[in-house]
Design a protein around this ligand. Structure first.
Ligand SMILES: C[S@@+](CC[C@H](N)C(=O)[O-])C[C@H]1O[C@@H](n2cnc3c(N)ncnc32)[C@H](O)[C@@H]1O
Length: 453
C-alpha cells in the first residue's frame, strides 16, 4: 500500500522521535506525527510524503496515552519550544532517556544501559536567559516574541512563557513597549533595515543580577538615555545594559561588538560555592540548578584524587574546571570565545583558584599545540562541545594522548553517540547519565563516563 498525501489512516504510535514527535509505521513505512505519544492510537491525515518517510497530523485521538497532559500554555500550538508539553513531566524524562538509548544503539549497534534521566524538582520558569526576536507580523505591526516552528515568522507571546524566568519576561515586555513608543524600528530581515533585532536578558538566579543586551543593526537608538533611566529605575536588579551590534544578514543572534550603555558590562551568578562572572558573549548554562546536578555527576565520574592533570575542553567561562579544581592538581581549559576566556581567568581569581590555566582558541588547534609545544598531557579530560560535537582532530588528539578517563558532557545525543563510537577504539563506555536541563523541550543533556581499556 503506497502512502498518499491527504489520505486518512488509523495508526498505532510505536515510539517517540528525537523531537518528541510520535512515530508510526504503515507497512514498514515511517510516519512522523507531531503531538502523538507512544502507545496511542490516532487517526491521522498525511501532510507530506518523501521517499523514506511521511509527516501526518492528528485528526482524532482514538486511544489516549495515560501520560497525556492537558496543555497549559496558550502559545503551545505555534511555538517550537516545549514540544513535549502535552506529556506529563515524568514521562518526558523516560522519553529523553530512550532518545539517548536509541542514538547510542544506532551508532554502536548494541544496547547500552542508560540511567534514568535526573529531572527537575520544579520544571517551571527555569531558564535564566531569554532571547526574543523583534520584527513585524504579517500585517506589518511591530512584534516581539518567538519564531513559530521551523520559520522566521515572529509570533507574539501571549501570557508569560512557562519556562522563562518571570522577571526577564516582564522586563522584555517593557523594553518592547518602550521601543514601539519611541519609534525604535524593529529589524526587517528581508531588507536588512531597522534597528532592534533581539532582546536578550540574562539573570543570575542566585544573585538576582540582570543583564540586558539589545541586539541592534546600527547605532540609531532613539532616546537611549531615557530608556536606560526608565528601565533601571523600575528594575533595580538590572546591573548592566549592553548594545550588541549585529548588521549581518544571519541567523546568529549576537554580533561581535558590544557597547556598554549602563553598568559594568557583566553580571555574576553562583554555581555551588563558586562565583562566576558572565559577559554578554560568553556561554553560560541556561538552567543553573540542574547545571549543579550535571557538574556534580561529571566530577563524580572523574573520580579525582587531587593528583590529576585535567583538561576542561570547550570550557566556556571555566565553570567545570573551577568546579573540579579543588580535587585536581592542575586544570587546563580551552575555549574559542576570547571574552569567555577572560571571564574564566577572572573567575579563577575571584574564587581564589590557583591551579588553572585558560587558553583562547579552537580546541582542535590549541590542544595539539599544548601537547607538542608544552609537553602537557592529562589524566582526565572533561569535554563539553557545542551541538555539532567534537572535531575529528580533537578526537584523534584525545586518542593519541589517551587520558585515563574522559567525561563527556553533551547537549546532543546524536553527536555524542558518534564521538563515543570513535573513542571506543581505546575507551570503555562505563555510564550514561541524562540530566534534564531543558524541561518539556525535546533537548537532552547527558554526562558520560569513558574509561581507558
Ligand atoms: C556547551 S558549551 C559548554 C561550556 C562550558 N563547559 C559550560 O558548561 O558552561 C560549548 C562551548 O564550546 C565553545 N566552542 C565551540 N566550538 C569550539 C571550538 N572549536 N573550540 C573551543 N571551544 C568551542 C562555545 O563557545 C561554548 O562556550
Amino acid at each position: 500500500m503506497e502512502i498518499q498525501k491527504n489520505q486518512e489512516y488509523v495508526v498505532d504510535i510505536i515510539d517517540n522521535g528525537y523531537d518528541g514527535e510520535g512515530i508510526a509505521k504503515i507497512n514498514d513505512f515511517t510516519i512522523f506525527i507531531q503531538g502523538a505519544i507512544k502507545g496511542e492510537k490516532v487517526k491521522i491525515l498525511i501532510l507530506k510524503v518523501t521517499k523514506s518517510f511521511a509527516y501526518g497530523k492528528i485528526l482524532e485521538i482514538i486511544t489516549s496515552s495515560k501520560s497525556r497532559n492537558t496543555v497549559d500554555c496558550v502559545n503551545f500550538s505555534r511555538c517550537g519550544g516545549c514540544t513535549l508539553r502535552h506529556i506529563n513531566y515524568k514521562e518526558t524524562l523516560n522519553i529523553k532517556r530512550d532518545i539517548v538509548k536509541n542514538c547510542l544503539y544506532k551508532e554502536l549497534h548494541k544496547n547500552v544501559e542508560v540511567n534514568d534521566t535526573i529531572g527537575m524538582e520544579r520544571p517551571l520558569y527555569y531558564r535564566n536567559k531569554l532571547q526574543y526576536p523583534v520584527g513585524f507580523d504579517k500585517n506589518g505591526t511591530p512584534v516581539m516574541g518567538i519564531y513559530s516552528q521551523r520559520t522566521h515568522n515572529i509570533i507574539e507571546i501571549k501570557e508569560n512563557c512557562y519556562i522563562q524566568n518571570e522577571k526577564c519576561s516582564e522586563i522584555a515586555k517593557d523594553i518592547f513597549e518602550f521601543a514601539v513608543k519611541n519609534d525604535i524600528k524593529p529589524y526587517n530581515e528581508a531588507t536588512n533595515k531597522g534597528i532592534l533585532r533581539h532582546i536578550v536578558i540574562r539573570i543570575g538566579i542566585k544573585t538576582n543580577e540582570i543583564m540586558v543586551t539589545l541586539v541592534v543593526n546600527n547605532n540609531d537608538f532613539n532616546n537611549e538615555k531615557e530608556f536606560v533611566k526608565e528601565l533601571t529605575t523600575k528594575y533595580t536588579e538590572i546591573k548592566t545594559i549592553v548594545k550588541n551590534y549585529n548588521n549581518k544578514n544571519t541567523n546568529v543572534i549576537l554580533g561581535k561588538k558590544n557597547e556598554v550603555i549602563y553598568g559594568s558590562g557583566y553580571i555574576y551568578d553562583f554555581l555551588g560555592e563558586y562565583k562566576f562572572k558572565i559577559s554578554p558573549l560568553s556561554f553560560y548554562q541556561v538552567n543553573p540548578l540542574q547545571t549543579e546536578v550535571l557538574y556534580n555527576k561529571a566530577i563524580e565520574f572523574a573520580n579525582l584524587t587531587g593528583e590529576e592533570t585535567v583538561f576542561d575542553l570547550y570550557c566556556g567561562i571555566g565553570t567545570i574546571g573551577i568546579f573540579a579544581s579543588a580535587k585536581a592538581k592542575k586544570i587546563y581549559g580551552i575555549e574559542v570565545v576570547p571574552e569567555a576566556i577572560e571571564d574564566a581567568k577572572e573567575n579563577a581569581k575571584i574564587n581564589s583558584v590557583e591551579n588553572t590555566e585558560f587558553f583562547a582558541g579552537e580546541v582542535e588547534k590549541i590542544l595539539p599545540e599544548l601537547i607538542e609545544k608544552r609537553n602537557i598531557s592529562a589524566d582526565v579530560a572533561f569535554i563539553d562541545p557545542p551541538r555539532k560535537g567534537c572535531d575529528k582532530v580533537t578526537i584523534e588528539t584525545l586518542l593519541k594522548i589517551a587520558p585515563k578517563k574522559i567525561v563527556y558532557v553533551s547537549c546532543n545525543p546524536a553527536t555524542l553517540a558518534r564521538d563515543i563510537r570513535l573513542l571506543e577504539e581505546k575507551y570503555e563506555l562505563k555510564e550514561v547519565q541524562p540530566v534534564d536541563m531543558f524541561g518539556f523541550t525535546s533537548h537532552v543533556e547527558c554526562v558520560v563516563s569513558l574509561v581507558k581499556y
